[in-house]
Design a binder for this molecule. Structure first.
Ligand code: PLP
Length: 327
């Protein structure tokens, strides 16, 4: 973003309001244990009440609370690979067994495999990720509905990149459904340093998550920052719109090259050089000062690389470097 556009269309952060309220925090007092103002503001943002919002220190802590509350010894979670590695990692840390289902070769969800895993393992939690990290693919409504229909326990949809995608499951959360949608301030809100994430969930699930959380886990500065950040919705949406436009341009350009490309609803694109070794292409991009994420040795992602959508200039630099490497 150029300094000029920031000055004209973007409010400054940290805002004066943030600094003023920061100065008013009583640091000798514990924070609001229930984070009422923060949860109410997040709830208003999504059109639900605070009883449907649980917040944590990053969405990873929300995922951990879900595993602590619903997983544990003798229980399992289901994941469908390839997907976000932290789902199974966090589950194991909480003593929860992990059952793994395979996606189709094109990384879409295999509904027969889903039915088999849910029937055989009866998982306490079934994790989905939409858009899926690292493939970028958005889970269609029919897939989420099919998983909801077959899952014996909670269905957790991780929407860390939700605002980049054309569809979300967040409006489907209701007190009579076992659906939880997890969001974060780390990505589209550009606030990774704040460590703040949350889920929109049935009120009964929020009450269970509160039971496994340490007292006063959300400090006053975080509660304040998260609450005020939500006033910057227009700025967030402008950033997202710019990245989505660039994503389209990048995807179209990649489609012209000798690479397989997966459709992305996130701020990154997964691709696989068809004629060249992935790790080799990664190194040659690096030699041209372009750093992409190397997934080439990951199971199921052999040869794949993942590029993060950047500024128009950064994307141009990436594309010309890749054209050169593949030539
Ligand atoms: C980045 C990411 C998270 C973690 O976000 P934090 O809120 O920073 O903990 C969770 N899920 C997915 C899929 C992510 O990509």
């Amino acid at each position: 973003m150029s300094p000029a556009s920031r000055a004209t269309t973007h409010r400054r952060w940290p805002s004066t309001a943030f600094l003023e309220e920061l100065a008013a925090i009583l640091f000798n007092r514990y924070p609001d244990r229930d984070a009422v103002a923060l949860r109410r503001t997040i709830g208003e943002f999504h059109g639900v009440g605070l009883e449907n919002v649980f917040a944590g220190n990053g969405s990873n802590e929300v995922l951990q609370a879900l595993c602590l509350a619903y997983g544990g010894a003798g229980r399992s979670v289901a994941v469908f690979e390839p997907t976000y590695a932290l789902h199974s990692h966090i589950a194991r840390i909480t003593g929860t067994a992990v059952v793994t289902g395979e996606r189709h070769a094109d990384f879409t969800l295999d509904l027969d495999e889903v039915a088999r895993v849910l029937r055989d393992a009866s998982p306490a939690i079934t994790f989905l990720c939409s858009p899926n990290n690292p493939t970028g693919m958005v889970e269609p409504a029919e897939s989420v509905a099919a998983v909801m229909a077959g899952a014996p326990g909670l269905v957790v949809v991780d929407e860390a990149y939700g605002q980049f995608a054309p569809r979300s499951a967040i409006d489907e959360v209701a007190d009579d459904r076992s659906l939880v949608v997890v969001r974060t301030f780390s990505k589209t809100w550009s606030m990774a340093a704040a460590r703040l994430g949350y889920c929109v969930a049935p009120a009964w699930a929020v009450r269970e998550l509160e039971k496994v959380t340490l007292p006063y886990h959300l400090d006053s500065v975080k509660q304040l920052g998260g609450r005020l950040a939500l006033q910057y919705r227009a700025e967030m949406e402008a950033r997202v719109a710019a990245l989505v436009e660039e994503r389209g341009r990048l995807a179209a350009a990649l489609a012209e090259l000798a690479v397989d490309v997966w459709p992305s609803g996130a701020n990154f694109i997964l691709f696989r050089p068809r004629t060249r070794d992935g790790a080799d292409v990664w190194q040659q991009l690096l030699d041209r000062s372009v750093l992409v994420r190397d997934f080439s040795t990951w199971p199921r992602l052999e040869g794949c690389l993942r590029v993060t959508v950047g500024t128009p200039h950064e994307n141009d630099v990436f594309l010309s470097a890749l054209r050169e490497v593949l030539a």
